[in-house]
Design a protein around this ligand. Structure first.
Ligand code: UTP
Length: 233
């Protein structure tokens, strides 16, 4: 059986468009179709707006990075609950529990075709959680669904002329995102450098793509060509 872990960037859940429930509705469809075709899925949801808002509110009073991280983790679990309940409403068999650790997620994945979770412990983002879960469960790959079309040589919001890549090695991706350290709560690189470090150590392939279009997530889950960056060992 194919198992795929998907890191869903928190910004995807709260798109700045009029019909903002549409993405969630489409994602439930993607999950339903994947399960129907026999794929096992773990979705790891990021913190997005509530994480940023909570961390910004607390930053002037809280200086310990791990304390700020815990605020981010709480937001990821709120978002995971929204995704989990929407999937359950869609009639898909999904673990009721939102796992709080990788070990718990591995157990739930053995019992259910779909598991949804947020963060685990301070020191990284949900990208790293997804990558760690994929390694531990021996998943076929990990999808990093974010809000840029491809990995670029530099942040395209700062340098619109940055080069974009269809394919990269994990070593090349590490060079782009920087060394595998957790430097700040709520900071956002295209893929968490800590996670990239673990993918490198374990030879885990990553598909990085624009999750605002759930069809791209679906193509990657099904092993079809997709628009995005394929990152291989
Ligand atoms: P996210 O996974 O949303 O990270 O976690 P991000 O890259 O900042 O944001 P997105 O995915 O682009 O929206 C939010 C914050 O929660 C803490 C970190 O501070 C992270 O930046 N966190 C999250 C943890 O400390 N551990 C976790 O397992 C997950």
């Amino acid at each position: 059986m194919t198992t795929v872990v998907v890191a869903l960037g928190g910004s995807l859940l709260r798109p700045e468009v009029e019909e903002r429930h549409k993405w969630l509705e489409d994602m439930v469809g993607v999950v339903k179709n994947s399960v129907r075709s026999g794929v096992k899925l773990a979705l790891v949801v990021g913190g997005g707006a509530p994480a940023r808002e909570g961390i910004d509110l607390a930053r002037p009073v809280i200086h310990d990075l791990s304390h700020l991280d815990r605020i981010g983790i709480a937001a990821t679990r709120l978002n995971a609950t929204i995704v989990r309940e929407a999937i359950a409403e869609g009639g898909v068999e999904v673990s009721e529990n939102i796992p709080k650790s990788i070990d718990e997620a591995v157990d739930e994945l053995s019992d259910f075709p779909v598991v949804v979770m947020g963060g685990t412990v301070p020191g990284h983002t949900t990208d790293a959680v997804a990558i760690r879960l994929a390694v531990q469960f021996e998943a076929d790959k990990c999808i990093i669904a974010t809000n840029v079309a491809k990995v670029h040589s530099e942040d395209p919001r700062e340098n619109p002329g940055a080069e974009s890549f269809d394919r990269l090695t994990l070593d090349e991706l590490q060079q782009i995102v920087g060394p595998p350290n957790h430097s700040d709560a709520g900071s956002s690189k295209v893929v968490d450098p800590v996670g990239v470090g673990e993918a490198r150590e374990n030879g885990l392939p990553l598909d990085v793509l624009d999750g605002r279009d759930p069809r791209r997530i679906s193509s990657s889950i099904n092993g079809e060509d997709f628009e995005g960056t394929m990152v291989t060992p």
